[in-house]
Design a protein around this ligand. Sequence first.
Ligand code: SF4
Ligand code: SF4
Length: 379
Amino acid sequence: MEVDAQFVRDVLEFGGKTLKKCYQCATCSVVCPQSPEENPFPRKEMIWAQWGLKDKLLKDGDIWLCHQCNDCSEYCPRGAKPGEVLAALRAKVIQEFAFPSFFAKILLKPAGIVIYFAIPILLTLLYLAIFNPEIPSGEIVIGNFIPHLHIELAGFAVGGWALLVAAIGAFRFWTAINSEVSKVYEYKLEENAELNVVKSSPRFIECLFWSVIDVLKHSRFAECGTSRYRYFAHLMIFWGFIILGVATLGDIVYLYGLGVEELALPLSDPVKILGNIGAVLLILGSGWAIVARFSDERIGYGTYFDWIFLSTIFAVGVTGIAIEALRYAGSVAAYYAYLIHLILVFTLIAYAPYSKFAHVIYRTLAYTWAKSTGREPKK
Ligand code: SF4
Ligand code: SF4
């Protein structure tokens, strides 16, 4: 076993400041609603993190079965906040598996906020310098300022980059958690050899399917006790993004399938309704999560990793609604709000593999791994 002191320092910096208070009483593992009977978490993760056992933690799928419900933190007699420590470990895992890793290291530090915004701002300035669009006079029509085709091409480029980088991180993560199966769960594998063939088994598809259903329904989040709000807030953000994705597809169909020239749709249009519902869900979900972090100390204030993600989602929702309101008000400020909105959307999509957004992939894979290996919550 190799001890990595820097790993411990990073976990402390990512929000696991209470880590060293743990004295291994195991109360947390008993109360955790997500933990299996055998080899439960998060007690073992607490000691691994204290000792700096980076290799074990990177290969530990259990970290991703935690939803930070904070039931464990509520009962921990030492105030070690294992829920927060596991959140810090997840941030560290994302940083370790992300590609290129140096970029993840820059972005995940508070000082990296300069780079975080400098890239999209410089790209926007470059675009403005090349195409020199003028603020149109008269009726507010966004497409007359920046053509929709330019936005879609940029969207494909940024989305393609994010997908590629996310796929690399997901592959590294999947390989890591499966490499540990035979070591940590050896006793189970002896009982049932089937469990040892996660990677090649046709059960992978079946387990992945049911994991996606779990994620869509947020069924594991629904078991949260102490931080029950997380179920509702997370559900709103999650479905807000899905609905906005459907609305974006609707826009593309309008433009290239039905030949609609401008997306200044009336409020009663189905695609517009979907877009507005998605934006409101993002604002409510992220707003609720932000307020809860201020108002309930059991949840924990969170870290830069949480805050940059929640604030960006909130700002994307608010600027989206602001563009619409300014357009109806006939104000040219709608064009400036649009530029700010584009910069924020860029940060959400391009940095998704390095941000809390990556949870959706890592957690789905961890569910798949857990179902494949019988790591189901205790009854
Ligand atoms: S984190 Fe708290 S509850 Fe869990 S083992 Fe450590 S001291 Fe006990
Ligand atoms: S935060 Fe909730 S899910 Fe995570 S380890 Fe603690 S009790 Fe379990």
